[in-house]
Design a protein around this ligand. Structure first.
Ligand SMILES: NC(=O)c1ccc[n+]([C@@H]2O[C@H](COP(=O)([O-])OP(=O)(O)OC[C@H]3O[C@@H](n4cnc5c(N)ncnc54)[C@H](O)[C@@H]3O)[C@@H](O)[C@H]2O)c1
Ligand SMILES: [Zn+2]
Length: 387
């Protein structure tokens, strides 16, 4: 027998740019990232736009056309941008992926071409998934347009769609070519989306950075009003912590069992699907974090005072810590949300690893969660809602 151990190390590097007014002709952010590797070539681009963004920014197509025209030394003429349905339906309807793949095929995009996706986390996940399957991966530039996507999903390395009634069942790891975070896009978001996205910044603070949590707490009123300076600082710090985690955790493609960035997510994912996606991802994460913070107290890891600070910050932003789906009973007589734990375990490959808190800013991995304790935490959340 002979075994040769093949080892491949592939470095990934992508700029994450914080800017505003991206398609103003004087803004060079897009030109710079496209020219980063081959400054002297014409580059082919294909734009995908979230329909929620497009209705809020009706001049977007003409602004993009004017931008490409003004920078014709960089961009080859490109097809009309493709508008896709926004929000979770983008990920839940498989024909969205097929239609986009077909368009990328008909437009003869090659491995050096760019797909520039402008949208919320759902559209970025869906279009990123489609783009990563064309010729085994086109160059994707993400332009996240929600708070959640700018501080979390858009800066990471994952794509995916929902299938077989399971969130993110199909997906790929594919680092983007670049990320352009344009703060001005956030101006047209509904208030609930601003706050839902802020929940992910709270999440990353809770598992990694207590000082950032203190800052969020001190600025809760300004964040609630989404005042420019404070809000952009929150988005940027949230993104930096997510990026730092991906770069330094030693497991960017999640081969291991640990998923610290999924703090609060085992129940959040289940609640999203149980509510037919009526709950936004960030809203479900707020509930999931409250549940796991209460559980951390139950497990003797977190002080009740710290748990109260977490709950108060979420509530201070207007995020509910309760949804009626939480105490729905399934056919087996158990709380239906507990199936989220089974699904999380299955997704990880058998052994459960859940991040709890042993302090604010300090995640801790555990491998079991006691159903009885979870039920008690659900009861506490219900009681809290009643005041
Ligand atoms: N890939 C990852 O690592 C990762 C991480 C976290 C979350 N996610 C995914 O992200 C998705 C949630 O993303 P989201 O919170 O960004 O919401 P979203 O993409 O569902 O968008 C919410 C709504 O806002 C609209 N919209 C987007 N930008 C807008 C703008 N600037 N102005 C007006 N309307 C706008 C959309 O059309 C949609 O109707 C979930 O599917 C979640 O699973 C992925
Ligand atoms: Zn999330």
């Amino acid at each position: 027998m002979h075994t040769r151990l093949q080892k491949i190390v592939v470095p990934f590097e992508y700029p994450v740019v914080f800017t505003s007014d991206l398609f103003n002709i004087a803004n060079n952010a897009l030109v710079d990232v496209v020219r980063r590797q081959e400054p002297n070539r014409l580059h082919r681009t294909f734009f995908v736009i979230d329909d929620g963004v497009y209705s809020a920014w009706p001049n977007l197509k003409s602004d993009i056309a004017a931008y490409l025209e003004a920078h014709s030394e960089t961009f080859a003429p490109s097809a009309e941008p493709h508008v896709v349905i926004g929000g979770e339906p983008a990920k839940s309807d498989p024909t969205e992926v097929t239609r986009l793949q077909e368009l990328l095929f008909h437009n003869r995009l090659d491995r050096q071409s760019f797909v520039v996706v402008i949208g919320g986390g759902a559209v970025l996940d869906m279009a990123g998934y489609a783009a990563s399957t064309i010729h085994r991966g086109l160059r994707m530039i993400r332009v996240p347009t929600t708070v959640l996507a700018q501080n979390d999903s858009g800066v990471g390395v994952k794509n995916g769609i929902n299938a077989f009634d399971t969130k993110n069942f199909l997906g790929t790891f594919a680092p983007p070519f670049a990320v352009l975070n344009d703060f001005s896009f956030l101006a047209t978001l509904e208030h609930r989306d601003l706050m839902a996205g802020t929940a992910e910044a709270i999440k990353v603070a809770l598992i990694r950075d207590g000082v950032f949590f203190d800052w969020l707490e001190q600025n809760v009123d300004r964040l609630c009003k989404f005042e420019d300076e404070t809000a952009s600082k929150m988005v940027r710090k949230g993104a930096e912590l997510h990026l730092e985690h991906i770069a330094t955790s030693g497991d960017p493609f999640e081969f291991g069992m640990a998923r610290p960035l999924d703090f609060g997510h085992w129940s959040a994912h289940k609640l999203e699907s149980m509510t037919g996606y009526a709950l936004r991802h960030g809203e479900a994460v707020a509930i999931g974090m409250a549940l796991d913070a209460y559980y951390s107290v139950e497990a003797g890891l977190l002080s009740p005072e710290d748990c109260e600070r977490i709950a108060a910050l979420l509530e201070g932003l207007g995020l509910a810590l309760w949804d009626d789906a939480l105490d729905r009973i399934g056919p087996d007589g158990r709380l239906e949300v507990l199936k989220g734990l089974d699904e999380f375990r299955e997704h990880l490959g058998g052994e459960l690893t859940v991040t709890l808190l042993q302090g604010i800013g300090q995640g801790l991995e555990v491998h079991t969660m006691d159903e009885g304790k979870i039920v008690r935490c659900v009861e506490r959340l219900r009681a809290r809602r009643r005041g």
